[in-house]
Every structure is written in C-alpha cells, then in structure tokens.
Design a protein around this ligand. Structure first.
Ligand code: UDP
Ligand code: MG
Length: 315
C-alpha cells in the first residue's frame, strides 16, 4: 500500500522543510510507503528553491510540480491528485495547521473499513471571529438549501481518500473549482473525524474576507442554478404587485376621483424596480460569465517544471 500526500504551497518557504520533517516523524514505522507531492502554486518567495532542496535530498520520496503562476489552491489540489501514485491520497496544507499524525489515523480507518472511501476531517473548534463565523454559517445554510450538494459546515479540504475517488475528481474538468462541492458531488461513503487546527507555523493565511466572499459565490454558482429561478420568482411577484396597484389606482381615479399622487411614490418605485432588475441581470451575468469561461476550455493549471524521479526514469 502506498499513500500520496498532496500539499499545495503558496509562499510557504519557511514551512515546507518543517512539514516534511513532521511527516517523516509521524509516519515512522507505519509499515507502508508514502510520498509527498508538493505543488508550488507560483510562489513569490523561496518556496520553489526550498522544495528543490527537499527533492534533491529525498529524505522521503518527494515530487514537486511547479506552476507557471498562481492558479489557486484548487488547481494545486487537481495537479497533486494527477501526479499522485498512491492507492490512498491525502490533501493536507503545508503550514502544519493540520497534523500529519491525523493522516495516519485516517489511513487506518480506510484500512479497517473497506466500505468507507473518504475520511474527512472537520474542525471541532474554530478559532475565528464572530462575524466571520456568522457569515460562514449563513453561507452553508444557503448553499445546502439551494444546491444539489450537501456540505458539512465545518469540513475542510483536509481528507484522505481512495484512488477511485481521486480519479472521479479528475474527471470533473471544470475551470472554476469548488472542492467541497466537488467532494460532495462525486458521492462515495464519507466518514468524518474531528480535528483541531493548530496555529500556522510561519507566514500568514492567504484568505481575506473578500476572497472568501468570492469563493462562496463561486460555490453557489458552481453547484446550483436556483438563483436563476429566484430571478424569475422576483419578476413574477413584482408583476403581480404592479397589477394590484394598477387596479387600485384606476379605482381611486374612477370612484373617488383622486388624482394619482405622488412624486415620492414614483421615485421609490423606479429605484425599487431598477435595483431588482440590476440584481437579476447580475445573477444571470454570473452564469453567463461562468459559461463563457468554461467554453474557452482552458487548462486548470500550467506546470512549468515537474520534478519526479519515476517520470524521468521511464521517459
Ligand atoms: N494555497 C495555495 N494557493 C493559494 C493559496 C493557498 O496553494 O493561492 C495553499 C497554502 O500554501 C496552504 C493551503 O493552501 O498550504 C491553505 O492556505 P492557508 O493556510 O492560507 O488557508 P487557511 O489555513 O488559512 O484556511
Ligand atoms: Mg492554513
């Protein structure tokens, strides 16, 4: 049995060596082979330089895929799964927030229970601000209601799965990738285990509030067309309200003889309808944009350099 650890790295120069050491000590005497597939996601610091040192030393089997620019963690995961050769594949971050010992635990669960295909870790305690956690909860409630996928609110990308799951994921060639949705969409039996994220070893998180917001919209657009339905409903409701108001105005004029009042009413209605139309156009635009981008069929990532002992030996 062999395990592949897929590790996307973006500006993780200070972490990669420590990460490898942690892996080696965690897997000592585990009784199976393992390899680390590092993906340098267009880092601007010395990450690639340090990864090359790890590759040259081969303290444990190491592969390095280096992107031509920053393509994002999702593209890193895709490339990592493509280059992984193990029967089990594990997604783990380079910053040691996710301890490699937990991967060992995940592997033993997969070994013991053949009916389980994915072991996913969820954060039992989040060290986040109240505002962020409020928005995250809201997002999961919305996406679980709107889309065909069901997401575990605290699940992370930290997971270990069988090769067949990895192959299914690679077949999903969408350009805008939302891992959590993809994992739910492909199905398979998932077993959740709790974990507590440690502090980042060095460097800072790559997630800003804006990035998270975009990611959330990406997730909803990628896995549901219900927002389009909402636009239709909104239009229908406004039409009904307009009809009722029209009847009221006509009756007022004919029966009571009141002139149509209202500068204020008109302005409010114009603004209300205008903004509703813009929102609906925006929703449609999101989908048109995604369709446009997908229709270009661009590659998910471009590898500038691949360091892989096995590949160069066989080619
Ligand atoms: N990452 C990446 N490309 C990016 C952003 C992040 O490969 O564009 C990697 C990063 O190096 C780390 C993992 O994804 O190994 C998780 O990122 P981060 O620690 O910033 O996220 P957090 O743990 O704060 O959610
Ligand atoms: Mg992190």
């Amino acid at each position: 049995m062999k395990l592949s650890l897929v590790v996307p790295c973006y500006n993780e120069a200070e972490n990669v060596a420590a990460f490898q050491e942690a892996v080696i000590s965690a897997f000592q005497g585990c009784g199976y082979d393992y390899e680390i597939v590092f993906i340098d996601d267009g880092s601007k610091d010395a990450t690639l330089h340090n990864l090359k040192k790890l590759y040259a030393a081969q303290a444990c089997p190491v592969k390095v895929v280096s992107f031509s620019r920053n393509f994002g963690k999702e593209a890193g995961i895709y490339a990592g799964i493509e280059h992984a050769t193990g029967e089990y594949i594990s997604l783990i971050d380079a910053d040691l927030q996710q301890r490699p010992e937990i991967v060992r635990e995940m592997v033993s669960i997969l070994d013991e229970k053949p009916e389980i295909d994915i072991v996913a870790a969820y954060q039992d305690r989040r060290n986040e601000g109240k505002v962020l956690s409020f928005f995250k909860k809201g997002f999961y409630r919305i996406i679980n209601r709107l889309s065909e996928v069901t997401l575990h609110p605290d699940a992370s990308d930290f997971r270990t799965f069988r090769r067949s799951v990895g192959e299914s994921i690679l077949k999903m060639g969408e350009y805008h990738r939302f891992s959590k949705g993809i994992f739910s969409w492909v199905g398979y039996n998932t077993h959740y285990i709790p974990y507590t994220a440690c502090q980042r070893l060095a460097g800072t998180t790559k997630w800003s509030f804006k990035k998270l917001m975009n990611y959330a919209i990406e997730g909803i657009i990628g896995f549901s067309t219900r927002p389009l339905r909402i636009a239709t409903y909104l239009g229908g409701l406004t039409a009904i309200a307009a009809m009722i108001y029209l009847i009221v105005v006509v009756l007022q004029k004919l029966l009571v003889g009141i002139d149509v009042p209202g500068y204020a009413t008109i302005i409010v209605l114009i603004l209300l309808l205008g903004s509703m139309q813009l929102i609906c156009i925006g929703i449609i635009g999101e989908y048109v944009g995604k369709t446009f981008e997908q229709s270009k069929n661009r590659q998910i990532y471009i590898a500038k350099e691949i360091l892989d002992n096995n590949k160069s030996a066989s080619e």
